[in-house]
Design a protein around this ligand. Structure first.
Ligand SMILES: Cc1ncc(COP(=O)(O)O)c(C=O)c1O
Length: 428
């Protein structure tokens, strides 16, 4: 039925039928750890994955399940698994695909925390990452080797707001037989649906626009259900008997839902990066207004970016929605509703002026977050990207004179007035 619905109707209704026990119209917070089995046979069927149901909230919970259904529907996926944060979603997404000695190819333009996670932390699992400029499709092809198991990018990237040509990258992924994982946090399915463009998996930090008001941390992995996990023999956790689930063959048994079932039965069960039902409830409520908010976010971002670009105190603005951006043609083609609401600008006066600007803003909140209804600011080089080398910072668009803005849904005139007074104070 929901296939006929538009985006906003889906955002409100998908996954949330009235509660069968009480008729409650809003999805209740099922604040429970466990679920009473009907009898011993029922318990055995649930544990054997012969019947789908609730066992224990580390794996499944009805509030979280409603959110999974809603996000899967919005992204056009076969299934989704929620988890405790966006970073957890990235590890959970790679977990069934990787193994010691295997590598992922990731874009050079990523959130700084992801660059650290991929360049440092995953080494502890014996995994590695090759960073490639995904605008260079030949470089991407050349980076693929026998041990590569996935390609990873952000649709719109943090902090620069640069955009990825998802259809072009998906085409290469398809040619080399690898799954493409797209972090769609900054675009949200309102601006871009990576699965429709050929992506295999979509991950989100639900912490950002999806919830939309800075109240929770959460993540999700959405599976397109379209990748053939058995074709190449490279994904034995999904295609071969899985020793962590008494030899179950996930792809044979669950078909298009193999990856989703694996994510719950093994990913959440053994890694335990579970989303709590309160967080799921807040996120469900946030998603109800996603379309309205994103429309205002991108409208405001376009106005603010144009105003900044015309200001002599500003050296450059990265917003891909600007005609001057090298990514503008890609943005118009792949993200026709707008280029997101996160971008950076460089200020005359270098590091000192950038830091002073942050200290002088009054309406903007100086926080390590983005995608809030409030406008937010941060100096990435000294904070979110501080673990990176100077070279990585510049590649990620986080140089010393650069300030990152997450444009909120306040009145655009008020946002601009605040920037104006802070620029005056910092460049005087
Ligand atoms: C694009 C992107 N992906 C993933 C994350 C990680 O999300 P979380 O903070 O929910 O772990 C962030 C955090 O800022 C992000 O900006």
């Amino acid at each position: 039925m929901s296939e006929k619905w538009g985006f906003d109707t889906t955002a409100i209704h998908a996954g949330s039928a009235p509660d069968p026990a009480t008729g409650a119209r809003q999805v209740p917070i099922y604040q429970t750890t466990a679920y009473v089995f009907q009898d011993a046979a029922h318990a055995a069927r649930l544990f054997g994955l012969r019947e789908v149901g609730y066992i224990y909230s580390r794996l499944t919970n009805p509030t979280v399940a409603a959110l999974q259904a809603r996000v899967a529907e919005l992204e056009g996926g076969a299934g989704a698994v929620c988890c405790s944060s966006g970073h957890a979603a990235q590890i959970m997404a790679l977990f069934p695909l990787m193994g010691p000695g295997k590598n992922v190819i990731a874009s050079t333009r990523l959130y700084g925390g992801t660059i650290t996670q991929f360049s440092q932390t995953i080494k502890r699992f014996g995994w590695s990452c090759k960073f490639v400029d995904l605008d260079d499709l030949d470089a991407l092809r050349a980076a693929v080797d026998d041990d590569t198991r996935a390609i990873f990018c952000e649709s719109i990237s943090n902090p620069g707001g640069y955009v990825t040509d998802i259809p072009a990258v998906a085409k290469v992924a398809d040619q080399v037989g690898l799954p493409l994982i797209v972090d769609n946090t900054l675009a949200t399915p309102w601006l871009c649906k990576p699965i429709e463009m050929g992506a295999t998996l979509v991950v989100h930090s639900l912490t950002k626009y999806m919830t939309g008001n800075g109240t929770v941390t959460g993540g999700v992995i959405v599976d397109s259900g379209k990748f053939d996990w058995s074709a190449s023999g490279k994904f034995p956790s999904l295609s071969e008997p899985e020793p962590a689930y008494h030899g179950l063959k996930f792809h044979d048994t669950f078909g298009a839902l193999a990856y989703t079932f694996h994510g719950i039965a093994i990913g959440l069960r053994d890694l335990g990066m579970t989303m709590n039902p309160q967080a799921a409830h807040y996120t469900l409520m946030g998603i109800e207004t996603l379309g309205l908010r994103m429309e205002r976010h991108v409208g405001n971002a376009q106005k603010v970016a144009e105003w900044l670009e015309a200001d002599p105190r500003v050296t450059s603005v990265t917003y891909a929605g600007l005609a001057s951006s090298p990514w503008n043609a890609t943005a118009r083609r792949v993200y026709p509703k707008g280029a997101g609401a996160l971008f950076t600008f460089a200020i005359k006066g270098g590091y000192d002026a950038a830091v002073k600007l942050v200290d002088n803003l009054k309406l903007f909140s100086h926080v390590a977050n983005l995608g809030d209804s409030r406008s937010l600011v941060i100096h990435s080089a000294s904070t979110t990207h501080s673990q990176l080398t100077d070279e990585q910072k510049i590649a990620a668009g986080a140089g010393p004179d650069v300030v990152r803005l997450s444009i909120g849904i306040e009145d655009a005139a008020d946002i601009i007035a605040d920037l104006d007074q802070a620029l005056a104070a910092s460049t005087a």
